[in-house]
Design a protein. Structure first.
Ligand code: HEM
Length: 225
């Protein structure tokens, strides 16, 4: 137990925790983006998908708990590594040394903090309906939770749509470095592949940004209505 604790609180251990929790959160983001794109298939498709998720408590609650634990660990470890990197130079996890002191790597903590604010707002907006209680009463012709109309109503306000585009833009920015750093942790970013991995990370970040942003943009442009 003592040696396990020593490992997870060491720079290498924290880097591993960042990598594992980052991978879980990344997987969620990919699945969520694919789920959201069903809005382009129409009301029935996305409401059916949402109903499947909501009615499978044995899938929903373990996923929520795992995600919450990963978010907390990712934030605490990220904060701890940021402070460590600032106070000591030359430790094992020096992001600047590992992948170059790009603007993205230097602002990971700031982009991560704004993404957290975005996620809190997003859950209050679409999941709990705290900001718009009328959303929770929306039902479709089958009596299902009408996620399609919630999305239309949520993005009827162009400011809310703009905030989502900004939030997912920052997420893409954050992930472009996160994916590179993860490959570094796993020892995959070898010299011969480094440029290829860096380009792949940027392409993945753009795909996620465009996939997520397409939904509010399509509602504002009335492509989805
Ligand atoms: C434009 C982009 C997005 C749209 C349109 C969107 C849409 C939605 C909708 C409609 C729900 C509620 C589903 C339901 O009640 O069944 C939801 C839940 C959620 N979304 Fe998003 N989302 C977007 C981006 C994101 C991003 C970027 C993240 C994370 C980084 C995220 C994380 C979550 C979480 C954690 C939940 C709560 C899941 C739960 O516990 O039920 N979303 N989203």
């Amino acid at each position: 137990m003592n040696s396990f604790w020593k490992l997870v609180t060491s720079s290498v251990g924290k880097k591993l925790v960042m990598g594992i929790t980052g991978t879980v959160l990344f997987a969620f983001v990919v699945v969520h983006m694919i789920g959201n794109l069903q809005v382009f298939l129409g009301r029935d498709a996305i409401n059916h998908y949402a109903e499947f998720l909501q009615t499978n408590a044995e899938l929903l609650w373990p996923t929520r708990i795992i995600l919450a634990v990963c978010v907390v660990l990712h934030i605490f470890t990220g904060a701890s590594l940021t402070l460590e990197n600032r106070s000591k130079r030359g430790v094992a996890y020096d992001v600047k040394k590992i992948v170059g002191a790009s603007l993205v790597s230097r602002t990971m903590f700031i982009s991560g903090s704004i993404i957290l604010c975005f996620i809190v707002y997003h859950i209050l907006h679409f999941t709990t309906g705290t900001t718009n209680p009328e959303f929770m009463a929306l039902k479709d012709a089958h009596g299902r939770h009408d996620v399609y109309r919630i999305i239309l109503a949520g993005f009827a306000n162009p400011w809310a749509a703009g905030f989502y585009v900004l939030g997912v833009g920052l997420l893409g920015f954050h992930l472009s470095h996160g994916v590179r750093a993860l490959c570094e942790t796993l020892g995959l970013r070898l010299e011969n592949y480094a440029a290829c991995i860096d380009r792949t990370a940027i392409v993945v970040a753009w795909i996620l940004f465009l996939g997520f942003a397409s939904v509010p943009v399509a509602v504002v442009l009335q492509v989805v209505r």
